[in-house]
Write a protein that binds this ligand. Structure first.
Ligand SMILES: Nc1ncnc2c1ncn2[C@@H]1O[C@H](COP(=O)(O)OP(=O)(O)O)[C@@H](O)[C@H]1O
Ligand SMILES: CC(=O)N[C@@H](CCC(=O)OP(=O)(O)O)C(=O)O
Length: 276
């Protein structure tokens, strides 16, 4: 992006900042691994007005690379057991391959993206998950978000693109679930902005029947969530995602939506909104 365009962007942003609205978007692994869908998503993302932050995972690619290296991926309750070799793969895949490819594509779309891990500018601090029943290894639980530093980046017209890595401030990088990073960033940034958190994945929203794309459940509250879990309608990867959504709503995030690529299209109403 030319300096002139950057300058135009930051002026546009200072106008938007008066409204103090921020969009934080997390994209799922299925979209990242599909070249066409990823390009479509990034186009829609770069069109979002006002300050925005992107958070990406890449668990699917990490599994492929681990298998190529003869290491079996191990997941418990949607979180990866991360030994030293697995952590190296996570750093290479999330912080390198995936993050830099996304940043380079956004640069072609007029979006001045800045690739970040939690260690960069000390933006996301974490503690190694304590060993209880399970030893998750080098997995981080977020302990803090430097919302002022991130706000400075937004104020100069940059769009932070966070990968699924945090650090413990003693030199140790930690693998951290991308859904959790998105929720914790949204909570931290809610001190400065009215924040909307979007979880964008390959389906239209939370579905009553996963095989029927037209069965989107438009609103879920804490009570209906319990019922949907009890009925076996919300399972697997959707469980931690919705848990993170409620955690965000209870801690200052204005709105949380789950849906597909059309999530940012004003005409689209086919997505799930979480309410307390
Ligand atoms: N009721 C549901 N509606 C939609 N997806 C569901 C539901 N229950 C479970 N899922 C599963 O959750 C997955 C999304 O979770 P996950 O794979 O962790 O997301 P991401 O791709 O964002 O990392 C979907 O691919 C789907 O298989
Ligand atoms: C601790 C932990 O589970 N980390 C995740 C981080 C990547 C991720 O969240 O990727 P998706 O969003 O594509 O699932 C993992 O290694 O799979």
């Amino acid at each position: 992006m030319s300096l002139k365009e950057q300058d135009k962007n930051s002026k546009h942003l200072s106008l938007q900042e008066d409204e103090r609205c921020l969009s934080i978007v997390k994209i799922g692994g299925h979209i990242i691994e599909d070249e066409h869908q990823l390009a479509q998503f990034l186009k829609a993302f770069s069109g979002i007005e006002g300050p925005k932050i992107l958070v990406h995972g890449g668990g699917k690619k990490a599994n492929q690379v681990l298998e190529q290296l003869g290491i079996s991926p191990k997941m418990v309750s949607g979180r990866r057991i991360t030994d030293a070799d697995t952590l190296d793969v996570a750093i290479m895949v999330y912080g390198g391959l995936t993050n830099k490819k996304i940043v380079a594509q956004l640069q072609t779309m007029g979006c001045n993206a800045l690739g970040m891990s939690g260690a960069d500018a000390n933006t996301i601090q974490a503690v190694k998950r304590p060993v209880e029943d399970i030893d998750f290894g080098f997995v981080g639980d977020v302990s803090g978000v430097s919302s002022s530093s991130i706000t400075h980046l937004l104020n100069i017209g940059l769009t932070p693109v966070f990968c699924a890595l945090t650090h413990d401030e003693h030199g140790q990088l930690l693998n951290t679930n991308a859904d959790t990073i998105a929720a914790e960033l949204a909570i931290g940034m809610s001190k400065h902005f009215d924040t909307t958190l979007y979880y964008c994945f390959e389906l239209n929203g939370v579905l009553r029947d996963v095989t029927d794309t037209n069965s989107v459940i438009k609103k879920i509250n804490a009570q209906s969530y319990k019922t949907l879990v009890h009925q076996g309608i919300i399972v697997a990867g959707m469980l931690p995602k919705i848990h993170n959504c409620f955690h965000a709503l209870k801690n200052g995030v204005k709105e949380v939506r789950i849906g597909n690529l059309a999530l940012f299209d004003d005409a689209n109403t086919n997505y799930t909104t979480l309410i307390l």
